[in-house]
Design a protein around this ligand. Structure first.
Ligand SMILES: [Zn+2]
Length: 330
């Protein structure tokens, strides 16, 4: 058993043990450790204690929603366990919320998730929607500043670029129609870092659309031109006239050999489309919604299952501070 598998098993077992224990206390401890609930006790800010930096204490309080709360030993004022957390405006039981997080990272279906968390479809959808949105926002933010060419100040090279059609189903009353969008991907071979952008409908595959994306994420200069590999599509021909080293891989001869390939992008599309994950998604009303879905799949593909709960919790904790997203009860 290699180390990553071992780690995954331990991470999985830990959460499974807590879920099986049905212990409210252990669940809360785990959520505090993940920063989904306040990990440190809050400072009391009552009129009496304001500015004195008095830490509140955790105490058992069976009359409270979560069976615990924070109490100030000086003025005796109390705070809910969900005080200043993403859960503060929901009354869904904390064990159910924890299980919904686990159901989400394990990519359970809605039916499996409802049974696992013992909740209604509305609660599940509300939480899943919140998590999807949080991840898409995080992936988008990370992408804005990402440089494929530069890692820790070192210029690398060897970037493959490609476009691929993604098909999804749109339901129209009791009828359905499939729609296609172009997705443009760039991948750096040494680090396997990649960036995907949804371009738009079938007419969106143009130089005008990809040029600013390449300029944003791929640095190059005359003395040290960045090596780019693409297929023979006309949209890339402008690269010859700028400071890139552009190699065209001819697909008629397979996907190329040695360094001269676009195998990395082909593998990327296979992963993103794998298990029909994208195709199952329905009724995207806007291109932004399609991009969000691509970003979610990207996150799932890049984040090993063993670390997903930790990473997702970090995203949520950050979200709470930035945009005060809340899970709304249904
Ligand atoms: Zn106080």
């Amino acid at each position: 058993m290699d180390r990553s598998t071992d780690y995954f098993e331990r991470a999985k077992e830990r959460d499974r043990d807590i879920v099986c224990s049905h212990s409210l206390g252990e669940t809360i401890d785990r959520l505090r450790e993940l920063n989904l609930l306040q990990s440190r006790t809050p400072t009391c800010n009552s009129d009496q204690c304001e500015g004195q930096n008095i830490r509140m204490r955790v105490q058992i309080d069976q009359s409270r929603l979560d069976g615990q709360n924070f109490r100030c030993s000086s003025c005796n004022s109390k705070r809910a366990m969900r005080f200043r957390s993403i859960f503060q405006d929901t009354r869904v039981p904390i064990g159910c919320l924890y299980r919904l997080f686990l159901a989400f990272i394990q990519e359970m279906t809605n039916e499996e998730g409802m049974e696992y968390a013992d909740c209604s479809i509305k609660t599940l959808r509300s939480v899943f929607r919140y998590l999807r949105r949080s991840i898409a926002t995080a992936v988008d933010q990370e992408r804005q500043g990402m440089q494929l060419t530069e890692v820790n100040g070192v210029l690398r090279g060897g970037i493959e670029m490609d476009e691929s059609l993604f098909t999804h189903i749109v339901e129209l009353g009791d009828d359905r129609v499939s729609q296609q969008v172009w997705v443009f991907g760039m991948i750096e071979r040494n680090t396997n870092r990649f960036i995907c952008y949804v371009l738009g409908n079938t007419a969106s595959k143009t130089t005008q659309n990809i040029r600013p994306l390449i300029a944003r994420h791929v640095q190059t200069n005359q003395n040290n031109p960045t090596q780019i590999y693409t297929d023979g599509a006309m949209i890339y021909s402008y690269l010859q006239n700028e400071h890139y080293a552009h190699t065209v891989v001819v697909h008629q001869n397979g996907f190329g050999e040695g360094d001269n390939t676009t195998n990395h992008t082909e593998a990327l599309w296979a992963r993103l489309k794998g298990a029909g994950r994208f195709k199952k998604s329905k009724n995207f009303k806007t291109l932004t919604a399609v991009q969000d879905e691509i970003d979610l799949i990207t996150w799932m593909v890049q984040t090993p299952k063993a670390t997903r709960l930790t990473v997702l919790s970090q995203i949520c904790a950050r979200n709470y501070q930035q945009s005060q997203l809340k899970i709304i009860d249904q």
